[in-house]
Design a protein around this ligand. Sequence first.
Ligand SMILES: [Zn+2]
Length: 287
Amino acid sequence: MGLLTIGRDTDVETAYSRRPGIPPRVIIGLVIAAISIFSYFASSSYNPITEQKQHISISKEQEIALGLQAAPSMERQYGGESRDPRKQSLVKEVGAEVVSKSDASKTDYRYDFHLLADPRTINAFALPGGQVFITEGLFKHLKTRGQLASVLSHEIGHVAARHSAQHLAKQRLTDGLTGATVIATYDPDNPNSRASAQIAMMVGQLVNLKFNRSDELEADKLGVRFAVDAGYDPRSMVKVMEILRDQARSRQPEFFSTHPDPENRIEKINAAIKEEYPQGVPQGLQQ
Ligand SMILES: [Zn+2]
C-alpha cells in the first residue's frame, strides 16, 4: 500500500520536474481557481426583496436544508428551546405575523421562530432558509410586542436578503473548490447522502456566522419595511437599540459581537423610517 503511493508520487514528480515550464500542480491549481472565480460570478441571481443582484451558489431548498441542519447546534449553544410555552408561542406568533403580512411571505422560505433558554446571552440570529432565534436574555428586556416584532423583522431581513448564502458563496470563492462540489452534490432530501463531514463543517460556520456591516444595515432597512407592513411602529426598533445601549453600560451584551454599535444603527434606522414615511410615522401603529 505504502509502496504504491510512494512509487507513484515519486514518478510523477521526477517526470515533470525534468521539463521546463509551469509544474502541472500549479496549472491544476490555476484551473481550479479560475473555475471557482468563474462560478462565483456566473452564479449571480436577482433578489426581488432587496432588488439587487447577488452571487449565490446554493438553491433555496439547500439553504432551507442547511438551516434546519444547523438549528439543533444553535439551540444547544444557547441552552435549548425555552421551557416557557407561553413566551415561546408569543415568539412564534409574532414572527409568523410579520412574515404573513410582509413581502417576506413571497420568499418561499419555511420560517420558524425559536425562543432559546439562555437567560444571560442577549442576542438574536437567523440561519439561512428561515430559522430565526432570540434568547430569553434579550426577550426579557423587550417591553412591547412591537419591540419583539422589530427584532424578528431584522432577522427575517437577513433570511430574505439571503445573507448567509451570499456569505457561503464568498467563502467558497476563497476556499477554491473546497465545499463547492459538496454544495453542488448536496441533496437536501437526503442529508446524509454525501460528504457529511464537510457539510458539518459548513453548518458549524453558519452557527458562528457574523454578518458584515452592510448586511446589518440592509437587514435593518428590511426590518423596518417588514415591521411597517405588519402594522408595527418601526420606532420600536430604535427603542430596542436604546435598551441594548443601556444594557451595554453594565456589561457587554453578546449582541455587539455580531451586530454593529447601536448608536450608529439608531441613526440609520431613523433614516430608513424617514424613507418609509416621508410625511412622518402615522398615528395608531402598534408599539
Ligand atoms: Zn443582524
